[in-house]
Design a protein around this ligand. Structure first.
Ligand SMILES: [Zn+2]
Ligand SMILES: [Zn+2]
Length: 347
């Protein structure tokens, strides 16, 4: 009998896009071998994030084609390169937007790894999670608690950590009024985290039909942004310490700034190139700030997952097999996903 019989398959299936703006197609790719300091993961699940569209459409610089995108990865450690310590074969892990840091740039030397000048994002710096296997640096790994399935853990690597990490590092303390702008992939997690972090939580979403879902996720108040004065309604509740802007709408962000109380913060997560309109008058006397927040390191992802396990926060997901990537991507793009699309490999 030939040893070939027992040899591992040398290819993995992946969903790739061959040119900017192109459609996904399933292909066989060579099984990647982990270099020193890297591990190969069996991908069990990968979330579909709006940022994936920026890679597919080459809106970021130096996107490699053919492209395998995907940066909300959950799976198991399958093989380790030389020099990997502290991670076991078979261990359950997640990899999010933070896909590794250089260790030598100024930010890294300051211990500020999320601002690494050469930070790697899976599906940009190297092939991402729309595949049966990925190779990632060990600095990208977060442990997944038993309480979360792979499909539940995957969105925590980007949508989850971005909302949790920005809220826990915000000016808001227990009992403070926190408004979450938007009730989509990020927003439905933002509302849950805000509730579990002990904030008086306001969901701000378009349409009165969102109120029931927002309450289900833990909102104490709901504001229909189509019905008018969001800032006035936030002031009627006492003024927000934090407005967490998950919706990619600069107009909605601008309209919420006057809803901030003294020392209030508009935290910008929803990515759009349109300018936010704000006057110095709006900022000065109430000492308001407007600032952005990137996602979080691998350790932040791990702490997000641990907090979710502890408190019951979970993404509400629609799963599709990897082969249905185009359907999942279109549902994410159209805004029809309730609330996060997750691809599963059956592994
Ligand atoms: Zn993302
Ligand atoms: Zn660096």
């Amino acid at each position: 009998m030939s040893t070939e019989t027992f040899a591992k398959p040398l290819t993995v299936r992946a969903a790739q896009v061959t040119e900017p703006g192109g459609r996904f197609s399933m292909v066989e790719r060579e099984l990647p071998e982990p270099q020193p300091g890297h591990v190969r993961l069996t991908v069990e699940a990968c979330g579909v994030c709006r940022s994936d569209a920026a890679f597919v459409n080459a809106a970021f610089p130096d996107v490699p084609f053919p492209l395998v995108t995907g940066h909300e990865i959950a799976g198991r450690v399958e093989a380790a390169g030389d020099g990997v310590e502290g991670w076991d074969i078979g261990e359950r892990v997640a990899v999010g937007w933070f896909g590794g840091n250089c260790g030598t740039c100024l930010a890294c030397r300051q211990g500020d790894f999320i601002h690494c000048a050469r930070m790697q994002v899976p599906g940009w710096a190297y092939p991402g999670g729309y595949a049966e296997a990925v190779v990632v640096p060990v600095s990208a790994l977060a442990r997944v608690p038993d309480e979360l399935s792979a499909a539940e853990a995957a969105p925590m690597g980007c949508a989850g950590v971005t909302t949790f990490n920005s809220l826990r590092h915000s000016a808001a303390g227990p009992g403070d009024l926190v408004a979450v702008l938007g009730l989509g992939g990020l927003g439905h997690l933002g509302v849950q985290f805000a509730n579990k972090l002990g904030f008086e939580t306001v969901a701000v979403a378009r349409g009165s039909d969102k109120a029931e879902a927002a309450k289900h996720f833990g909102a104490h108040h709901c504001i229909d942004s189509n019905a008018g004065d969001v800032a006035g309604q936030l002031q009627a509740l006492g003024g927000a310490k934090v407005v967490l802007a998950t919706a990619a709408s600069s107009d909605a962000m601008s309209a919420a700034i006057d809803g901030l109380g003294n020392n209030g913060e508009l935290i910008v997560l929803g990515a759009t190139p349109e300018p936010i309109q704000v006057s110095p008058f709006q900022l000065i006397s109430s000492s308001r700030t407007v600032h952005g927040h990137p996602s979080g390191t691998a350790r932040d992802v791990e702490e997000t997952l641990r907090f979710a396990a502890l408190t019951g926060v979970r993404p509400l997901i629609e799963t599709r097999p990897l082969d249905d990537v185009a359907v999942a991507y279109d549902r994410m793009m159209s805004g029809d996903a309730r609330y996060r699309m997750v691809l599963t490999t059956g592994k």
